[in-house]
Design a binder for this molecule. Structure first.
Ligand SMILES: Nc1nc2c(c(=O)[nH]1)N[C@H]1C(S)=C(S)[C@@H](COP(=O)(O)O)O[C@H]1N2
Ligand SMILES: [Mo]
Length: 377
């Protein structure tokens, strides 16, 4: 049974702006009361790509989500705007029933029909997905409400013959075209790493779209997209000495591994650390003065409540972000911060977490630094 679909309504620019005004309490109090919104300042790199439309085919197929107009009401991405990394393989065959084979080091191999999974699917909540290769302009990042079946339930169909067996999940990846016939995407997990994972059959109340893994994909909450295998067709128990897969090796550095581990067991979890970035710098006019407000996203990490600080220009110190409230670690949240730039020029915007106990590997590397051009103050 599929729960209430929760399909996000796509807001046009005008209503999106109204939503921003409604949903953010201006900070400091009343700063934006009676102010008029002007055009946003430019955050450079975001202008280079085409957003919101699928481009390319197969392995080279992409769709970048545009985050510049995100509002608190729009934090579930509609299916047609959800980012794509790898479009459906041209050799996908949906004329026969899709099966998930269960085998490897098991007493008796088995299989599950995707249609049975779909029939048993239930709401798994809103979860964000980010491609580990989400570089500028950072459009490979989206969130949806997923439905599916916990992986642990599927694993109960088979008896592994070894206690230390790991679980390899792989998908169908036969693309046609030059240099595109590569080994399928697959990732190897311990059973504990899959404790919260599920086989997703629905996205925002709809059956999985073709480019997002129709009819079934793996979803591992909190991990980078590369582990969330689309067009899943095999679950195989493997031994402790199983080599890492070509797909894991391809993503080794982007998932913060030390070197490229030859064995799957030497891979660290491909989890997303706490992070964040600005998505727009708003300009408002109030009386004779110009007001700037930086709006951004925060996501990742293994705990919901964290604090982040922001640095606006290399010479400024870090200060706590004024309005940041993360109620869940599963998906992103919007924050905002009022800003009075000293003068025209370009400013690097960086975030950091002042709690040194919290791991922020990618944020600390400067990966999400954005540069804003301020023309007038
Ligand atoms: N079978 C298969 N699954 C795959 C991939 C792939 O190339 N083939 N790409 C992975 C990567 S790198 C990412 S980021 C996510 C993207 O999922 P999406 O396109 O639904 O956003 O799918 C993952 N699953
Ligand atoms: Mo990815």
């Amino acid at each position: 049974m599929i729960g209430a679909g929760g399909c996000a309504i796509l807001a046009g620019p005008a209503s999106a702006m109204a939503a921003v005004e409604r949903a953010f309490q201006p900070e400091p109090a009343d700063a934006l009361n009676g102010a008029t919104r002007l055009s946003d300042a430019s955050l450079g790199a975001s202008h280079r790509k085409r957003f919101g439309v699928p481009t390319g085919r197969g392995l080279a197929g992409r769709l970048h989500q545009d985050h510049t107009k995100l509002t608190p009401d729009g934090l579930v991405t509609p299916n047609e705007l959800f980012y794509i990394r790898t479009r459906a393989p041209s050799r996908l065959d949906h004329s026969r029933p899709w099966v998930l084979r269960l085998g490897g080091l098991v007493e008796r191999p088995s299989e599950v029909l995707a249609s049975d999974l779909a029939a048993r699917a239930r709401p798994m909540g809103v979860h964000l997905l980010e491609c580990a290769g989400n570089g500028a302009p950072f459009g490979l990042l989206s969130a949806a409400e997923w439905s599916g079946v916990p992986v642990s339930e599927i694993l109960e169909h088979v008896q592994p013959s070894r206690r230390d067996a790991r679980v390899l999940v792989s998908g169908f990846d036969k693309h046609t075209g030059k240099n595109l016939d590569q080994a399928g995407a697959s990732w190897i997990f311990t059973r504990e790493q899959l404790a919260d994972a599920f086989f997703a059959t629905h996205m925002n109340g709809q059956p999985l779209p073709r480019d997002h893994g129709e009819p079934v994909r793996l979803f591992v909450p909190g991990w980078y997209g590369c582990a969330c295998i689309k067009w899943a067709n095999e679950v195989r128990f493997v031994g402790g000495d199983e080599p890492s897969t070509p797909h894991m090796r391809e993503f080794a550095s982007r998932t913060h591994q030390r070197g490229v581990p030859r064995l799957a067991r030497n891979f660290r979890p491909a989890s997303i650390d706490l992070t964040g970035m600005p998505i727009r710098v708003e300009r408002w006019r109030k009386g004779g003065s110009l007001i700037h407000r930086v709006v951004g996203l925060s996501w990742g990490g293994d705990r919901p409540l964290e604090s982040l600080s922001i640095q606006l220009g290399e010479r400024a110190g870090y200060q706590p972000i004024e309005s940041l409230e993360r109620k869940t670690k599963n998906t992103w949240t919007l924050w905002s911060h009022m800003w009075q730039p000293k003068g025209a020029g370009s400013y690097d915007i960086r975030l950091r977490c002042d709690d040194r106990q919290v791991r922020t590997r990618r944020l600390d590397s400067g990966f999400y630094k954005r540069t804003v051009e301020i023309e007038d103050v």
